[in-house]
Design a protein around this ligand. Structure first.
Ligand SMILES: Nc1ncnc2c1ncn2[C@@H]1O[C@H](COP(=O)(O)OP(=O)(O)OP(=O)(O)O)[C@@H](O)[C@H]1O
Length: 233
């Protein structure tokens, strides 16, 4: 569903992403780990077509993203670390607005269903988003993905700053979407969640993917050791 083929991004002197090759299939939750500046956001931004590759290809559903951005937009949902929402509007109104921007229209009861599926408490639907916690805001992002029927989820540190309960709820939502065959690529610093929720882990260092493994292959403490070995080498 998602393929990086020799994907490379250079900025003047610096190589932000160096010849990345990876494949993510429907139902996979692929977690990218790595220190600050390792190239995780660059990878996500290339799949989002926010930036253009210097060389190589980012491919989603067999379409090269830079060649047909409109087709790609329909397939993907993106949840960044801090979702941009209209604070004066309610969760329901934000969902209606952003789903409308994506060219879709639903009845209010359908949108209520999406918010419920995303785990937002009923009493919050009509409250202004400025009263929401970060976890509640992220659920609006998940509701958007559900409403869009996105087949690909691109997440850049979506659980950073969430408390463990909110982070756990977010993981459960990802697992549910994975069961519906959504392919997920997530940049994260949370090794614990990556092991718990991910199907696959890629460790990046200085723009290179230095390790790829299935989460079934490794326990928490060995993952931490492996990660630290790469960071210290
Ligand atoms: N617009 C830009 N201009 C110049 N260099 C950039 C630009 N964007 C990113 N870089 C560089 O590319 C490299 C990779 O950055 P990237 O943001 O992908 O890292 P990251 O793994 O997401 O880090 P973090 O965990 O801090 O989010 C870094 O060295 C960064 O300074």
């Amino acid at each position: 569903m998602l393929h990086a083929v020799n994907l490379t991004k250079k900025y003047q002197e610096s190589l932000a992403l160096d010849n990345l090759n990876l494949s993510i299939e429907p139902g996979d939750i692929y977690c990218l780990l790595g220190a600050n500046g390792a190239g995780k956001s660059t990878t996500i931004n290339l799949f989002l077509n926010f930036i253009a590759p210097t060389s190589g290809k980012a491919i989603i559903n067999q379409i090269e993203v830079s060649k047909d951005p409109q087709a790609i937009k329909k397939l993907i949902a993106y949840i960044p670390e801090n979702l941009v929402l209209y604070n004066e509007l309610s969760g329901l109104e934000n969902l209606e607005y952003f789903v409308g921007l994506a060219g879709m229209k639903y009845h209010e009861d359908e949108m209520v269903n999406f918010l419920q599926e995303a785990g937002l408490q009923d009493e919050a639907f009509k409250k202004r988003v400025k009263t929401y916690s970060k976890g509640m805001r992220q659920k609006i992002g998940v509701a958007m993905a559900i409403a869009k029927k996105a087949r690909v989820l691109l997440l850049d540190e979506p659980t950073s700053g969430l408390d463990p309960k909110a982070s756990n709820e977010f993981s459960e939502l990802l697992l549910r979407l994975s069961q519906q065959n959504v392919a997920t690529l997530m940049a994260t610093h949370d090794l614990f969640r990556a092991k718990e929720t991910g199907t696959d882990i890629g460790i990046m260092k200085s723009g290179k993917l230095v390790e790829q493994l299935s989460t079934e292959q490794i326990n928490h403490s060995d993952l931490e050791k492996l990660y630290l070995n790469h960071m210290n080498s």
